[in-house]
Design a protein. Structure first.
Length: 488
């Protein structure tokens, strides 16, 4: 499909003004195309060769609309840092409409598009820094096999925007199967708009929860809560396995279908630290890395409360009780795969926990260690692994490797095959914050080549790409724990 042939439908906007407001974008006067993502073009059924079309500059900033588009600001609320905020909604983003291709429907969401009725005191803009971070993070998580929104294109400008400092404005088009958040359900519940809540439950089930057609609203709500609980459990388990910290897991940043959603002050772990806090606004550590499973469960409780008009307390409890076992099972499976273990044994959890404790005590780079372990063949000395630890921790690693060797022996697997499998589970390239900062600084000087290079590497994070070895390096000390705020 050519870019000029793209025609959007607008199922969500058709629900009416109870669900949001029609709003015209506020375009940039001099938009600049920074990048168009060929992988997402292909996902949407658009010819990847169309990435060079001049029309992207206008389409990507709202100066020109796709055929059929009716830009719509969605209304929702949510709990932020545990406190309910009734004033939320799309304050700087617009749902442009939906592309239907290959039996799927993909929503296009323009971020940074200007003020809406839900902007409160905001300017409705996004800045280049935060937009680059989201653009890359979408592809990083997706490349790791973790459900995520995607990013279609990134548009820059000379427009001045004030955050912690004066920056330039930017926009991106986010792509997702759904932009419905936990907070959408909270909005209708707390404002006592139960018919709208019933409609939202019905349309969400119709699209994403098989076998719910013809059920009562209560039965649909239960099926939806079980679906979202399972998806959310699998999502947070996948974050923990790759060392991803979201940073601001408010209920308005939680996707009802279990996508990673609303990238802000996120970070991938460098040195392993279970207590890591990536958001410098998180003074209590509510969203620390190790707290993420518990916070997701807290958010699911908030969602369950929003559905309580249609589901009994006993059923709500039963739905939520599936979360912890689902997280444990999904995390254990992912960690066994990272360790090259095809079979399950009772001691695997302890083996994994002992390794993480060793990594934490030794301040060992999480990604580099597991990538090196994917090459391990029982050699002594295990130089590639020992080199990642300070000498004081070498004996601890040797003891752990002895346990690991005995565990691998019981697998009775081919070493080369195990290594190959582990190399597809332990990435070489991740979106470290110092790399994102390097790309941002180049882009601020008008050089977008580093951004495109990193985007391509993150889309294939398990490939060796030896010519790009520098992008797989550990950060310098100055590149660790970079301060990140919600405006990131």
């Amino acid at each position: 499909m050519k870019l000029s042939e793209v025609t959007l439908s607008h199922h969500y906007a058709d629900l009416g003004d109870v669900f949001g407001a029609l709003v015209a974008p506020t375009p940039f006067s001099q938009p600049q195309v920074i990048d168009v993502n060929p992988a997402v073009l292909q996902l949407l059924g658009i010819d990847p060769n169309e990435k060079s079309e001049p029309a992207w500059a206008q389409l990507g900033c709202g100066a020109k609309l796709f055929n059929g588009s009716r830009p719509f600001a969605m209304k929702y609320t949510g709990h932020q840092f545990g406190v309910y905020n009734p004033e939320l909604g799309d304050g700087r983003a617009l749902l442009l409409g939906e592309i239907e291709t290959g039996g799927q429907r993909w929503e296009l969401h323009l971020k940074g598009a200007g003020k809406t009725p839900y902007s409160r005191f905001g300017d409705g803009r996004a800045v280049l820094r935060s937009t680059i971070r989201e653009y890359l993070a979408c592809e990083a998580l997706y490349g790791l096999g973790i459900p995520s929104t995607r990013a279609l294109c990134l548009i820059g400008s000379d427009e001045r925007v004030t955050r912690e400092k004066i920056e330039t404005g930017a926009m991106l088009i986010r792509v997702a199967e759904s932009h419905v958040r936990f907070g959408h359900f909270e909005y209708f519940f707390y404002t006592k708009q139960l018919e709208a809540l019933r409609t939202l439950i019905g349309i969400t089930c119709q699209r994403f929860v098989p076998g719910t057609e013809g059920l009562t609203t209560g039965e649909q709500a239960e099926a939806l809560l079980r679906f979202t609980t399972r998806r959310s459990a699998e999502l947070v388990a996948s974050w923990q396995s790759v060392g991803f910290a979201h940073g601001v897991l408010n209920t308005d940043n939680m996707s009802i279908i279990g996508d990673t959603f609303d990238y802000g002050p996120y970070a991938f772990l460098d040195d392993y630290d279970s207590t890591f806090i990536c958001n410098h606004s998180d003074h209590t550590g509510r969203y620390a890395f190790e707290q993420q499973p518990g916070v997701v469960l807290w958010n699911l409780n908030a969602l369950a409360h929003a559905l309580s008009a249609f589901i009994s307390v006993e059923v709500l409890r039963d739905c939520l009780e599936q979360f912890e076992p689902a997280v444990s099972e999904a995390y254990a499976h992912r960690m066994r795969v990272k360790l090259g273990l095809a079979q399950e044994e009772a001691g695997d959890q302890a083996l994994c926990a002992d390794l993480l404790q060793l990594l934490q005590q030794g301040q060992v780079d999480y990604t580099l260690f597991f990538r090196a372990l994917a090459h391990y063949r029982g050699e002594r000395p295990a130089s590639a692994l020992l080199d990642l630890l300070k000498p004081a921790h070498h004996s601890g690693l040797e003891q752990w490797l002895q346990h690991y060797d005995r565990r691998l022996a019981r697998e009775n697997s081919d070493t080369r095959e195990r290594n190959r499998a582990m190399l597809t589970a332990n990435p070489k390239y991740i979106l470290r914050n110092y790399l994102a900062q390097k790309v941002i600084e180049a882009a601020e000087e008008g050089d977008y080549h580093p951004l495109r290079t990193l985007r391509q590497l993150l889309q294939s994070p398990f490939a060796e790409n030896p010519e790009h070895e520098v992008w797989a390096s550990a950060p310098p000390e100055s590149g660790k724990r970079l301060p990140l705020s919600c405006s990131s």
